[in-house]
Design a binder for this molecule. Structure first.
Ligand SMILES: NC(=O)c1ccc[n+]([C@@H]2O[C@H](COP(=O)([O-])OP(=O)(O)OC[C@H]3O[C@@H](n4cnc5c(N)ncnc54)[C@H](OP(=O)(O)O)[C@@H]3O)[C@@H](O)[C@H]2O)c1
Length: 379
């Protein structure tokens, strides 16, 4: 399973010295965009794989002058040969492939998850194998590829015995299996990222995921019950941390293998602590206090399932929609994971664990101040 170095001649070329050509999939995504910016800022040649002209324009606008040095290729992972536009002359120069494209919705169905997240990874691996100068192939993964596994989660391959909360998790696990099956042929990395709570330590949020949407439902009083155990640890990172870690771990000089781009249990926060902080921030708002919205009760797994089943007859109601948002990851909130990040710590010598409570407080503060992106932050 040890990642193999591909070039034995002149050492690595994709380091922070600005050499090398990296192809990034999902380059217009939340993480992909900032990762692309980082590679360009480091002076690397970058090929940005995006699937639409709108995505191309958006990412070019976001990158500003840096985009002038980027090359774009059209890649739709649902197509039979998604990387056909990456022509042989370009393949000969690619030194790194960073595969971040994926359907990231927790309610994705099995068919789409299999097509984009699993088969898409198979195609990205085939592309990587066709690049003779390749020095690193990186799958941007998730800590939830561990599914419903409890206890210590090592930076190692997982089995699928515990099952998964949703097809997103399952598909990211399957994608890892594809990489691991080719471990002897490629200089690979699987970088399992934790939930991104905010852009950076200020708590600014420019991309909403299930975490932010659930807090929104609580703020507007649409969730009287939440799934989960109060002492379940939750693992958050900032995008700034994730992008910096992914950038450095893709460097060919860094040993390959599996890394958790995550903090360990000592820097996690429990569901109870998260709700305490969130409701303290919510209470600072007059409108919220006036409505006397109560903190949701934590339901055991059986009660929550019963409630989800019970409201399915009321399709279209606000409560049903709120539950539909939460249900796909509900089972994770009963699972106590103890994430290990020893490999990450030894690879990033300046690693420091952050204060999870401060990040959650700053994030809740920004979400409330901007009303989840609808207002300017100073309000
Ligand atoms: N953000 C997190 O909290 C988090 C946590 C753990 C792991 N991750 C992993 O990090 C990676 C990036 O996540 P993100 O948060 O940046 O997600 P995102 O904003 O949803 O970006 C996903 C990217 O994948 C692309 N994509 C989706 N379907 C595609 C297709 N059929 N063909 C080509 N491209 C396609 C999207 O392009 P379109 O815009 O055209 O759809 C977009 O560029 C994912 O692999 C995710 O599993 C993220």
């Amino acid at each position: 399973m040890n990642p193999v170095p591909r070039r034995s001649d002149s050492g690595s070329s994709g380091g922070e010295n600005g050499e090398g050509l990296v192809l990034v999939t999902g380059a217009n995504g939340y993480l992909g965009r900032e990762l692309s910016r980082r590679f360009l800022a480091d002076g690397m040649e970058v090929v940005l794989a995006v699937r639409s002209s709108t995505a191309r324009s958006d990412v070019a606008a976001a990158l500003g002058p840096l985009a002038e040095r980027a090359r774009f290729v059209a890649v739709d992972l649902t197509e039979a040969e998604p990387f056909a536009a990456v022509h042989p002359a370009l393949r000969r120069r690619i030194t790194s492939v960073v595969h971040g494209a994926a359907v990231t919705r927790f309610n994705v169905d099995r068919e789409v998850a299999a097509l984009v997240n699993v088969e898409g990874t198979r195609h990205a691996l085939a592309l990587a194998r066709s690049c003779p100068e390749l020095e690193s192939f990186t799958l941007v993964g998730t800590v939830y590829s561990s599914g419903l596994q409890v206890g210590r989660i090592a930076e190692e391959a997982h089995s699928d015995e515990a099952g998964f909360a949703n097809f997103y998790e399952w598909s990211k696990w399957e994608a890892e299996q594809l990489v691991l099956a080719q471990a002897d042929e490629l200089p690979w990395r699987v970088l399992r990222v934790a939930t991104v709570a905010a852009d950076d330590d200020t708590g600014a949020v420019t991309h909403h995921n299930a975490f932010h949407e659930t807090l929104k439902l609580c703020f507007y009083g649409l969730l009287a019950l939440l799934p989960g155990c109060g002492d379940t640890p939750l693992y958050f990172v900032t995008r700034a941390f994730a992008v910096d870690a992914v950038r450095r771990l893709t460097d060919p000089a860094c040993p390959g293998g599996i890394y958790h781009v995550a903090h360990d249990r000592s820097a996690s926060i429990t569901l109870d602590q998260l709700l305490d902080i969130a409701f303290e921030e919510f209470e600072s708002v007059d409108d919220f206090r006036k409505k006397r919205i109560l903190r949701p009760l934590l339901a055991d797994e059986e009660s929550f399932d019963l409630m989800v089943d019970g409201v399915t007859g009321f399709a279209g109601s606000l409560v049903t929609q709120a539950l539909a948002n939460v249900a796909p990851f509900a089972r994770q909130l009963y699972v106590t994971k103890d994430l290990d990040n020893s490999r990450l710590r030894s690879a990033l010598h300046d690693y420091e664990a952050p204060d999870a409570a401060s990040l959650v407080r700053a994030t809740c503060h920004q979400l409330v101040a901007t009303r989840w992106g609808r207002r300017a932050a100073h309000v």
